[in-house]
Each structure stands twice: as structure tokens, then as C-alpha cells.
Design a protein around this ligand. Structure first.
Ligand code: ADP
Ligand code: G6P
Length: 736
């Protein structure tokens, strides 16, 4: 097992040069602060941008930079200022960030930004390849690097790659507006495991994958060629112990050891013991709802004027992305709001808002967390919000009230906080009043639950769960139910084929010899396929059967003139060497008139679905429906049919986007074994892609070579990726 490589745009430290000397300062933001704890604990290398552009870096400092980063277990990706403009300020923070936080109107769709984003993602991918070995585990982070998983996969197909998105994944309706939506999804699908903070983000992602690129999704697994990609939610925790210990040591400080900030906070408390401090800490970002919060505070003081001079709001806004116009406008708006409200409401003894626009050292954060009676966090959208968790962790005596927006990912796990809708001023004013007056007993009871959960599900557990799931998925992929058709296996099958005296081949049609088509009638064989089948058909001592659920009319039209052997409708009809179709099984059809109206009612209610009527079966196709809706309807139909058919001799088959109702005594396995018993075959081969082919895989003898198309649970021995590979494989038989 190799090392873990962490990749994110921001490294845990940012380098700055002042007066020719290099300084490393800690990064802010949930990703860097959270992952820092994971990184410092283990054997890992963290690759990212140093915070300096090429233009800002004097040549003579290059090696100092590398050593400074090395000290922190980091390696750099070099970026010039044009790249930072297009990739970081551009596509990442003017396109994706607003879009994924539902600020559609701020999102800019600029081709230049996209081109630079691609270019820079490739740089990160190249840095990974350069700095890692084949057996390392790659963990890529966040929205700035969504193309990297696929870019690495292309060069290292067998490497284990995890991806975690630290921001929300928006609903399909929002995501679909992005011009490069397919490329983004394909980029992410290079991963083995994709993690989100909450189940909702996961659900939105899966829905986009289904709807936009039409991949097969089963629960939280996506099937793509020969890989299974797992999608799951892992709510990020904090380094609980670090915050708790910092708070404990903070409380044990003597008067002289206190910071200036703490002295100021203490003086304030001493001068007005019946007042309360309300704290909010965020990066200065429109997604955090800072301006709205200030307006809500003003509304609170208007609604409940008795709290004037009793509360003070401390706003710590950390400078962020200040080259992006929306952030500049927000800065102006917040400055003006604070100025106006303080101007209007301040008294000699009281300033309602203390506003800090700067990044503070860790110790100051602890001063603020431990001194504030209430934390008030009102993001309009937030992937997680770690500040909420950090505040609770520092409350050593379990006092303190957390007021948290429902729109933050952390609200899902922090039900004991006072949850609010940041757009509802009435509710917020009442909640502030409630928080102000909350009895200590209630505070302690709520925080006891919260702290227990934060302590248990800390950042280390979060990272371990992600890594274990990644490892599990890799093992599952390697030992996946059927074995991949490797060149060695192929060779041994060819040898057995050549050495055999009598061969029997069963070939499924749709999804195996030919791809799927919106209209099944359109999926007719192409010239290349006819040629291949002709060649197989002409092989000596070889009986080839096309075996399909299709109706005899369609297959008759396509293949009867070619005189191929065919078994259709899952084994109801057979035709050999161009003869008319004959019944292979005696089947009942009386049930069809009862089931047809049921299927018709589902067609009426499910746009895009239709019924295919065969001689002895009825199939409801839903490939062309809305994928989520179609799957939901299929589950519903399944329940209805099963309750209707009871113990009758009818069964329901769930095929690939089709549900077929047919007599139970007919299936491909039964038909195939009947053919097998007709002669002394010493090489038996069956290939197919869906559920109906499993009957063959199951019932043919162990010595048979059974092959599944696609990576799904199967009883077949081997699998190949797609129809292209099927044709290549069969072509090899014709060369023997
Ligand atoms: P986001 O990731 O959107 O910035 P989070 O609340 O998840 O929001 O994470 C913010 C992180 O940045 C927290 O871990 C917090 O401790 C840290 N942080 C916030 N403000 C400061 C500051 N002024 N100085 C240092 N770190 C800060
Ligand atoms: C959020 C993002 C991170 C980002 C952080 C700080 O937490 O999810 O990827 O690093 O904000 O933003 P910045 O633009 O300064 O890196």
C-alpha cells in the first residue's frame, strides 16, 4: 500500500513574500483547516497552489519555496497570473461557486475561463502523475479540480482515486444550465469514490449523471465501462480535540497571558455584565448571508428595542477572493450597512456592531468562540460550515447558543441548534430573543448532545470513513463478481475453441451485438455485424444461435434471409437455417388481455414509455422517459404486477429499461439447455448483457464459457466492457 496524495487548489499554508523574505501563513476555509488535521497525522503528500503566482516569485526564492513547502509535507503546482485569473478568479469563483450555491444570476459562462480551467486542471493532473506512484491513493478535493480525476485516470487506469466536493452539488435544474456540464460530470467520474457532505448533494449529483449522460445508476453505484463508481455522503467533522484543548488552555491563562482581543472582550463583559455577545465568523462571501444578517439584526432591534444596549454583534469577516467583482460589491455593502447601523443606533456606552475585516490567528478565534454567548451563522447556502461546529467544541462548560441556518450542510447533523431560515427576519428576531433568554439548563442539554456527536464524528473519523470506503470500492472493483476478460483468458478460450470438435454459441442481441436505440425497431444490424455473423455461421462444427427476447417478426425480417439459427421471445420460438419459426415451448397467452390494460395505464401516466407486444409476452419500455421518473414508475409497476399475477405461471423480468411480462416456463436458460442436449458439444459459449441472460449463465454447465457485457452483478464467469469488445471477441473466433 503506497502513500496518500492529497490534492487541492489551496495548500494548508499560503506563502507570501514581504521585503524579500518568505512567510508561510495558515490558510482559512473549511477544506484547508479540516484536511490539515488529516494531513499532519499520516504519511501523505499534499499537492496544491502555493498562493504565489510565477510573476510574484523571484527565481532565487524558488528553492526556498520548495523547502518551505516540503517542511509542511507539500509540493507545489506553479501557476502564472493569467492562469489564476481564468482558473481561480474566473471559472472556479465566477462560474462554479455562484452556480453551485444557487446564485444563478452571478454565474458567468465564459469560454476563456473554461479553457483556462481545463489547462490548469491538466497541470494538477500532471503534478500528481509526477509526484506519485502507481500504488498511491489519490484524494482530490473540491470544485476547482473537478476534471482532474478523469485526467489522472487516463494516464493511470488502475490507480485508486477519490474525490470530495466541499461545496453543495446543486439540483439538476440548476446544474443543467452549465454549458460544460457533461465534461464536468465526466471529469468527476474518473474517480472510484465521490464524496459529498450531505445526502441531498449526493442525490442531486446522481440525478444529473442519470439525466445528462444516461449512465446506469443503481442505488449509489454508477456503472461506467468496466468500473463501478461509488457515491456517498460523508459529513465533514472538525478536529474536536484541537478546539477543545485550545479552549481549556485558553481558560487557564493568567491575566498577563491574555491577548489584547481577550482583554477587550473581558473589559466589555465587566462593564456591562447583563449584556450578551453574539458572534458571527465567515469568509466575506455572498453565500454566507452577511448583509442579510446585519439587516436581520437591525430588524431584531426594531422589533425588540428592549435589547438595545443589551446585545452586541461581533462580525469577523475574513477577506476572500477580492478580485471578483461580487466580493468587492459585498465588501462595500457590508461596510456601508455596518456604518449606517452603528451611526444610527450607537450610544455613548454602546456600539451595536463590532466589525473586523481581517484574518485573525487561531488564538484570537478561540478568544471569540469562548467569549461569545451566542453564535449566529446565517449562510444562504453552505456546503458544510465548520465554524458552527468549532463554536460548540470550544464551549467547555456547555453554555452557549448556536443559531444556524437550515441552508448549511452542518444543520443536518446539528438538530439541537436553533435552526432558522436566513430569509425569515421575523423568525430570526424571535430566535435571537429566545437565545438571549435560554435557560442555562437548556443550553447545557442541547450542547451535550452536539458535543458528543462532534467528538465522535471528528475529522479523523470522517477521513478514515472516506478512505475505507475508497479501499472497499477498489477491492470490490478488483474482485468484481465476474472476471475481466484479460488477454490471457482470451487466449485460453481461443485454445479451447480451436481444440473442440463441436461448438455451440448463444449470442444475445440488444446490448450485446448491437447498442441500444431509442426506438427498438431502429436498432437494426449494421453491415459489420452481418459480416461477423456470416463468418461465424460459416465456421465448421459450430452452431450459432442468436438468442433474444425480441419478437419473431423483427428477427425474421433481419435474419431469416441470412439463415441464421434463432431463438426469440426468450425461448418461445425457434428457427434453424432459414426455416419458418416453430414453437419451442407450449405457452399460455390468456393472461395477456388482463395485463395489457394495466400496462396501458402506465403508458398513459409515464410520458415516453410504450408497450411492445409480442406473441407470448408484453414488454413495457421506459428508456425514453425521464430517468428518475421512469425508474420510480417501474418500481410501482413491478409491485402492481406482482400483486396481480399471484401464483400464476407468469413472471416479470426486469431488463435494461424494460419490464417484460411472460409465461414462467419460458426463459433463455431453458431454451439453451434444450439445444445443448441435442448433441455432444464440447465447447459451449454464451454472451449477454441483461437479466434475462442470467438464466443461460445459471443453467448452462460449469464448463461453459459465459460472458456478461458491462460491469454488473452476474453469474457469468467473465465480463467485457461493451458491444465493441463483444464484436472484437467474436471476431477472434472467426480467425481460428
Ligand atoms: P468556508 O469553508 O466556506 O470558508 P467553513 O465555516 O466551513 O467555511 O470554514 C471556515 C474555516 O476557516 C474554519 O475552520 C475557521 O476556523 C477558519 N477561519 C475562519 N475565520 C478565520 C480567521 N479569521 N482566521 C483564521 N481562520 C479562520
Ligand atoms: C471553501 C472552499 C475551499 C476554499 C475555501 C477558501 O471552503 O470549499 O475549496 O479553499 O472556501 O476559499 P479560497 O478561495 O480562499 O481558497
Amino acid at each position: 500500500m503506497g502513500k496518500t496524495i492529497i490534492i487541492s487548489n489551496r495548500l494548508p499554508v499560503q506563502l507570501q513574500i514581504s521585503n524579500g523574505t518568505l512567510n508561510a501563513i495558515p490558510s482559512v476555509g473549511g477544506l484547508a483547516t479540516g484536511m490539515k488535521s488529516v494531513h499532519s497525522g499520516g504519511e501523505s503528500l499534499w499537492i496544491g497552489w502555493s498562493g504565489l503566482t510565477d510573476e510574484d516569485t523571484p527565481k532565487e526564492l524558488e528553492s526556498d519555496i520548495d523547502s518551505a513547502l516540503k517542511e509542511h509535507g507539500c509540493a507545489k503546482v506553479k501557476l502564472n497570473s493569467d492562469e489564476i485569473d481564468g482558473f481561480y478568479y474566473g471559472f472556479s469563483n465566477r462560474t462554479i461557486w455562484p452556480l453551485f450555491h444557487y446564485f444563478l444570476k452571478y454565474s458567468e459562462f465564459e469560454l476563456n475561463y473554461w479553457d483556462t480551467y481545463k489547462k490548469v486542471n491538466q497541470k494538477f493532473a500532471d503534478a500528481i502523475i509526477k509526484n506519485s506512484d502507481e500504488d498511491d491513493t489519490i484524494w482530490i478535493h473540491d470544485y476547482q479540480l473537478m476534471l482532474v480525476p478523469q485526467m489522472v485516470r487516463e494516464k493511470r487506469p488502475d490507480t485508486t482515486i477519490g474525490f470530495f466536493l466541499h461545496i453543495p452539488f446543486p439540483s439538476f435544474e440548476i446544474f443543467r444550465t452549465l454549458p460544460w456540464r457533461d465534461e464536468i460530470l465526466e471529469g468527476l467520474l474518473g474517480s472510484d469514490l465521490i464524496g459529498f457532505h450531505t445526502y441531498d448533494y449526493e442525490r442531486h449529483f446522481l440525478s444529473s449523471v442519470r439525466r445528462l449522460i444516461g449512465l446506469d445508476v443503481s442505488f449509489n453505484e454508477i456503472y461506467l465501462d468496466n468500473r463501478v463508481i461509488k457515491v456517498d455522503s460523508f459529513p465533514m467533522g472538525i478536529d474536536y480535540k484541537k478546539f477543545r484543548d485550545a479552549a481549556i488552555s485558553h481558560e487557564s491563562k493568567s491575566q498577563d497571558e491574555r491577548s489584547d482581543l481577550q482583554v477587550r472582550l473581558d473589559n466589555h463583559k465587566a462593564s456591562a455584565p447583563d449584556t450578551k455577545l453574539i458572534l458571527s465568523i465567515d469568509r466575506l462571501d455572498y453565500s454566507k448571508g452577511i448583509a442579510k444578517r446585519i439587516n436581520a439584526f437591525e430588524y431584531f432591534l426594531q422589533k425588540y428595542p428592549e435589547y438595545k444596549e443589551k446585545v452586541r454583534l461581533i462580525i469577523l469577516a475574513v477577506p476572500s477572493r477580492s478580485n471578483v467583482p461580487q466580493y468587492q460589491l459585498l465588501k462595500k455593502e457590508v461596510d456601508e450597512l455596518v456604518g449606517r447601523i452603528n451611526g444610527e443606533l450607537s450610544t455613548i456606552n454602546w456600539t451595536p456592531i463590532w466589525y473586523f475585516y481581517r484574518s485573525l490567528p487561531f488564538e484570537s478565534l478561540i478568544d471569540l468562540y469562548t467569549s461569545s454567548d451566542i453564535a449566529w451563522l446565517t449562510p444562504l447556502r453552505d456546503g458544510m460550515n465548520l465554524v458552527a461546529k468549532e463554536y460548540i467544541a470550544t464551549r467547555t462548560d456547555k453554555s452557549g447558543v448556536l443559531i444556524l441556518s437550515e441552508m448549511a450542510g452542518s444543520a443536518y447533523e446539528m438538530n439541537e441548534a436553533l435552526l432558522i431560515n436566513p430569509n425569515n427576519f421575523e423568525q430570526q428576531a424571535d430566535t435571537l430573543k429566545r437565545a438571549f433568554n435560554m435557560p442555562m439548563e437548556e443550553q447545557v442539554s442541547r450542547n451535550t448532545f452536539l458535543q458528543k456527536r462532534l467528538e465522535r464524528y471528528n475529522v479523523e473519523v470522517w477521513a478514515n470513513e472516506f478512505m475505507n470506503a475508497l479501499k472497499e470500492n477498489r477491492d470490490l472493483g478488483q474482485a468484481f463478481i465476474s472476471e475481466k476478460m484479460s488477454p490471457q483468458i482470451l487466449m485460453s478460450i481461443e485454445e479451447a475453441y480451436t481444440a473442440s470438435k463441436k461448438r455451440l454459441l448463444f449470442l444475445d442481441y440488444d446490448g450485446t451485438l448491437a447498442g441500444f436505440h431509442k426506438d427498438p425497431q431502429q436498432a437494426s444490424p449494421d453491415e459489420e455485424l452481418y459480416e461477423l455473423l456470416d463468418e461465424l455461421h460459416q465456421q465448421k462444427n459450430t452452431t450459432v444461435f442468436l438468442i433474444s427476447g425480441r419478437d419473431k417478426e423483427t428477427f425474421g425480417r433481419w435474419f431469416l434471409p441470412k439463415k441464421y439459427n434463432m431463438i426469440v421471445e426468450h425461448g418461445v420460438w425457434i428457427s434453424r437455417n432459414g426455416d419458418d419459426f416453430k414453437l419451442l415451448e407450449q405457452v399460455k397467452s390468456g393472461w395477456m388481455s388482463k395485463i395489457r390494460p394495466v400496462l396501458e395505464s402506465f403508458v398513459d401516466r409515464t410520458p415516453g414509455s410504450f408497450i411492445e407486444e409480442k406473441n407470448y409476452s408484453l414488454a413495457w419500455h421506459y428508456r425514453n422517459t425521464d430517468p428518475d421518473f421512469g425508474t420510480k414508475r417501474a418500481t410501482e409497476l413491478n409491485t402492481v404486477l406482482r400483486s396481480l399475477i399471484g401464483n400464476d405461471d407468469i413472471s416479470v423480468l426486469n431488463g435494461n429499461k424494460v419490464m417484460e411480462v411472460k409465461s414462467s416456463n419460458v426463459n433463455k436458460g431453458r431454451a439453451a439447455t434444450r439445444m445443448l442436449s441435442e448433441d455432444d458439444y464440447d465447447f459451449v459459449f454464451a454472451i449477454g448483457d441483461d437479466w434475462t441472460d442470467e438464466f443461460m449463465f445459471q443453467e448452462l454447465p460449469d464448463s461453459a464459457v459465459t460472458v456478461k457485457v458491462g460491469l454488473k452483478k452476474t453469474q457469468a464467469k467473465y465480463h467485457v466492457e461493451n458491444t465493441k469488445r463483444v464484436r472484437q471477441l467474436l471476431k477472434r473466433f472467426t480467425k481460428q
